[in-house]
Write a protein that binds this ligand. Structure first.
Ligand SMILES: Cc1ncc(COP(=O)(O)O)c(C=O)c1O
Ligand SMILES: N[C@H](C=O)CCC(=O)O
Length: 431
């Protein structure tokens, strides 16, 4: 007998009358997987519980922030303490300096940092700063990379827009889109050609160093190094969008993993410990151009919010302990190998990618290295796989083009249960 989703269904019906599509972010609507969204009642450790009482092993982790799982005791304690002093002051607190100091200690390329409220704000503000610093207008982004929903970045984007087939959204003026040049990830020759043609007009290259919004894609050896070299050569800035990879693929993010020194870095997700947050930072010489030290304006009523700072700091302190990433790596590798074996056993043609605790299972025989190869994935097969996993109590991101996140809250038993479920789900996917 199938799971009962009747309460979720009723809540979804009602929500659609008041909220566009019934959701406050499009990917939550499960549009690409042939299922209605489940409404969540609560989370605990590695688990989600829906309003019908179904339990799921959660691999979405609120789209990446919950590297410690739900309701980690140290994060809860920090939030409780902060609630006692108030929720927002619109004035500086010591928590903000503590956050900035800790970020700089862990990510040395970030000499100064400005807190904002979302990843979208972080990338949007970093671009404005890069344009002001270089005095140039054009930016380069990669097809399938998602940097939030600011106008200049909604061009051939990933995540929900890719899932819904609207990667270049209506509403973005041509005058803005034409300053965005799109390149292919892992194609250094293509990047060189772009710079030969437009190099002196390019303010910045913005990249997800490990793209996680067209599924997960690994940078090939030399690619990120090549971006660093070419941007330096032409006086453009290199912006690493580490909203997803920051504190995820390694403590110091992708820049530590691949030993690259970007000019600016965007952060979000994990640094808010599950509360709304974003940040952008980098070389002091560039960051000092931001108001009030410089003329580049950027502000925020709730920026540096004490609750977000407290939850983020508590999270960073837990993950900044010896052995944390080694343990996470072991779990993620175990899960990836188990899923790959299960797919093979079932005869499913899939291509697996994994960088640290970010994983993806593409339903394609092609090696996935960019947007074009990611797009060969059979999204129908993914939908069948997703529905079977959900039915068996495993909550995956409802799109082929999103990442699966392992957290420290996942036990080996959770991972084994997931692998066992996938044996059935891979068979269902190829029917
Ligand atoms: C790499 C990346 N950049 C930027 C964003 C935008 O962040 P937010 O959703 O907090 O605006 C996201 C996620 O949405 C992301 O994955
Ligand atoms: N892939 C997106 C962010 O990483 C998913 C979050 C969202 O857009 O709701």
């Amino acid at each position: 007998m199938g799971k009962n989703y009747s309460t979720s269904r009723a809540y979804y019906e009602e929500a659609q009358q008041y909220i566009p599509g019934g959701v406050n972010s499009p990917v939550r609507a499960f549009k690409a997987v042939g299922h209605d969204p489940v409404f969540i009642a609560r989370g605990e450790g590695a688990y989600l519980y829906d309003v019908d009482g179904n339990q799921y092993i959660d691999y979405v982790g609120s789209w990446g922030p919950l590297i410690l799982g739900h309701r980690h005791p140290q994060v809860e304690e920090a939030l409780r303490k902060t609630l006692e002093i108030g929720t927002s002051f619109g004035a500086p607190t010591l928590l903000e300096t503590e956050m900035a100091k800790l970020i700089r200690e862990i990510v040395p390329s970030i000499e100064m940092v400005r807190m904002v409220n979302s990843g979208t704000e972080a990338t949007m503000s970093a671009l404005r700063l890069a344009r002001a610093y270089t005095g140039r207008d054009k930016i380069v982004k990669f097809a399938g990379c998602y940097h939030g929903h600011a106008d200049p970045l909604l061009v051939k984007a990933g995540s929900g827009v890719l899932t819904l087939g609207i990667p270049s959204s209506p509403g973005v003026p041509n005058s803005i889109a034409q300053n965005t040049i799109t390149a292919q990830f892992n194609d250094l020759a293509g990047m060189e050609a772009i710079f030969r043609a437009e190099g002196n007009n390019i303010a910045a290259v913005i990249v997800e160093p490990v793209p996680g919004n067209m599924g997960v894609v690994s940078p090939e050896p030399g690619f990120l190094e090549g971006l660093r070299k070419i941007t330096k050569q032409y006086g453009a800035l290199l912006i690493f969008d580490e909203v997803m990879t920051g504190f995820r693929v390694a403590l110091g993010g992708a820049q530590a993993l691949y030993n690259i020194d970007p000019d600016l870095t965007c952060l979000g997700k994990i640094i808010g410990g599950g509360l709304p947050v974003g940040a952008y930072g980098g070389k002091a010489e560039i960051m000092k151009m931001i108001a009030p030290t410089g003329p580049v304006y950027q502000a925020g009523t709730l920026s540096g919010n004490p609750l977000a700072m407290a939850a983020g700091l508590a999270t960073l302190r837990v993950i900044n302990t010896p052995g944390f990433y080694e343990e996470l790596e072991k779990k993620a590798a175990f899960l990836a190998e188990g899923l790959a074996d299960a797919a093979k056993e079932a005869g499913a043609k899939v291509y697996f990618t994994r960088v640290g605790s970010m994983l993806c299972c593409f339903f394609t025989e092609e090696k996935v290295r960019d947007f074009t190869s990611a797009s060969t994935a059979d999204t129908e097969a993914f939908g069948k796989f997703f529905r079977s996993m959900l039915e068996q109590g495993v909550y995956l991101a409802p799109s082929q083009f999103e990442a699966l996140f392992v957290s420290s809250a996942h036990s080996m038993a959770d991972l084994e249960k997931t692998i066992a479920a996938s044996r059935i789900a891979f068979r269902a996917a190829i029917k």
